[in-house]
Design a protein around this ligand. Structure first.
Ligand code: NAD
Length: 490
């Protein structure tokens, strides 16, 4: 990697920041500095918003089909650079190279293709307000909002940038995007492929920095909407700050999701789902089903299969194709996950497996945590209430459907949930009663772009993906048409 601090991307070109400040992004596995990055000043954010406003006018004047063609070419550009982007995500985020080509790169390209296809279909409705040809009528226009601010989290940096940019751009908006400061690199490739695909200058801009730069976006009067991914507490701050200029917000926040394993489930599938729901990306996934409720009749069997499979997971260098779990994102986050584990033990939860660093001397001193499984009957423990965002699963026994649903729904968050059962009537009944934005029946954590994605309760507002996403990046204008005369009472 280059020693020159990476600049911003404004108005279709790389541009030096004016703050004079930089920050370093690290390889979580080696601890080495991967790159230095320039921090945006308020002046730079202003420049990005001005460029975005100019670009947006050009972009919105193009037809949906033309915009779709540009986004489709960008998707091809991403697919052509699949290995390079995947490797960068693994280097910057510590994610296994087993995951990043599909979960990060393909998922981003899929999203651009999907919204490229929808771009020509975005429109309004039309209704006559009477029968005769002289009846008044109205139509609606689905218009872009203008400039959308995107703020990303570090766990799926490239995917998050694509998931935010694709619907916003398809609908004719421009974007100023700020990636998380832990993973600032892959978004440059998105900016490049979009430019090369013919995106007008200024339609996609990148500013860099931490919370301070994020707040510059939420405060900026030239930004109409913030699309944010991150923690619940940060989401609340983003919403409060956005209120000053009455911005709308899409908030993709955290969770503590339940996975319900009934006694009639295929137990190997149930264990596979529990593993997918807890250990993929080192457990650093917002939708993770970290509260695994298991029917008491099958608890011992499930635990035995779970422990065998968790202990067989290969930890190592994210760039080694054999590695199934890499390091956590940073030493700070590692310390936080270990503190949660320590507290859970002190609070009386039973540690079934994992709970600390792997034995492999090659991994000593690196921010690894072994796949960890706790067992408890006490839903009130911090372990069962707080998002840990690491490879820490808690298994809780239950007896009865009503009981487990009450427990599953007892938290203020509601991002996702899962149900494992062969009884399809029960599966749909439970899916209907779970207080969650996304529910999986007989699998977990699969997020096709066609399916709307987002949380309820304190896990978020708005939706990404699916047609639903377009409602959150557009506004409706109603146009009333009077073909006759104006009847005024005075
Ligand atoms: P975070 O909230 O610490 O930071 C997220 C982003 O917000 C970063 O870019 C950060 O610089 C910025 N930021 C921080 N303070 C800000 C402020 N006051 N105003 C504006 N921007 C600010 O989250 P994180 O640690 O990067 O990510 C992990 C969290 O993200 C977890 O809680 C996880 O569940 C959640 N997440 C949710 C989804 C989802 O789609 N629901 C997806 C991925 C991650």
């Amino acid at each position: 990697m280059t020693d020159i601090p990476r600049p911003l991307f404004i108005g279709g070109a790389l541009r030096a920041a004016t703050s004079g400040e930089t920050f370093a992004t690290h390889n979580p596995y080696s601890g080495e500095v991967l790159a230095h990055v320039q921090v945006a000043s308020a002046e730079d954010v202003d420049a990005a918003v001005t460029a975005a406003a100019q670009g947006q006018r050009v972009w919105a004047a193009m037809s949906g089909a033309e915009r779709g063609r540009v986004l489709m070419r960008a998707a091809l550009g991403i697919r052509a650079r699949r290995d390079e982007i995947a490797r960068l995500e693994s280097l910057d985020g510590g994610k296994p190279i087993q995951e990043t080509p599909e979960a990060d790169v393909d998922s981003g390209a899929d999203c651009l293709e999907y919204f490229a296809s929808l771009a020509p279909t975005i429109g309004g409705e039309c209704q006559a307000l009477g029968e005769g040809g002289d009846a008044p009528w109205f139509y609606t226009r689905r218009e872009p909002l203008g400039v959308v601010g995107g703020i990303g989290a570090w766990n799926y940096p490239f995917q998050i940038a694509c998931w935010k940019a694709a619907p916003a751009l398809a609908a004719g908006n421009a974007m100023v995007f700020k990636p998380a400061e832990q993973t600032p690199l892959s978004v440059y490739i998105l900016a490049e492929v979009l430019s090369e695909a013919g995106l007008p200058d200024g339609v996609f801009n990148v500013v860099q920095g931490g919370a301070r730069v994020g707040r510059m976006l939420t405060a900026h009067p030239g930004i109409a909407k913030i699309s944010f991914t991150g923690e619940v507490g940060t989401g609340k701050a983003v919403m409060a700050d956005s209120a000053a200029t009455l911005k709308t917000v899409t908030l993709e926040l955290g969770g503590k999701s339940p996975l319900l394993i009934f006694e009639d489930a295929d137990l190997d599938d149930a264990v596979s789902a529990a593993i997918l729901a807890n250990f993929y990306t080192q457990g650093q996934i917002c939708t993770n089903g970290t509260r695994v409720f298991v029917h008491a009749d099958v608890m011992d069997d499930v635990l035995a299969r779970l422990v065998a499979r968790a202990e067989a997971i290969t930890l190592g260098d994210p760039l080694d194709p054999a590695t199934q779990m890499g390091p956590l994102i940073s030493p700070e986050h590692h310390a936080s996950v270990l503190a949660h584990i320590k507290r859970a033990k002190a609070d009386g939860a039973t540690l079934v497996t994992g709970g600390g660093a792997p034995d492999d001397p090659a991994l000593a001193g690196k921010p690894f945590v072994r796949p960890t499984v706790f067992r408890t009957e006490d839903d009130g423990l911090a372990l069962c209430r707080q998002e840990i965002f690491g490879p820490v699963m808690t298994v809780l026994p239950f007896r009865d459907e009503d009981e487990v649903l009450a427990r599953a729904n007892s938290l203020p968050v509601g991002l996702a949930g899962g149900v494992m059962t062969r009884d399809m009537t029960r599966a749909h009944r439970v899916a209907a009663r779970l207080e969650a934005g996304v529910v999986w029946i007989n699998t977990y954590n699969i997020t096709p772009v066609e399916m709307p994605f987002g949380g309820v309760k304190q896990s978020g507002l708005g939706r990404e993906n699916g047609r639903a996403a377009l409602e959150h990046v557009t506004r409706i204008k109603s146009v009333y048409v009077e073909p006759g005369h104006v009847e005024a009472p005075y």
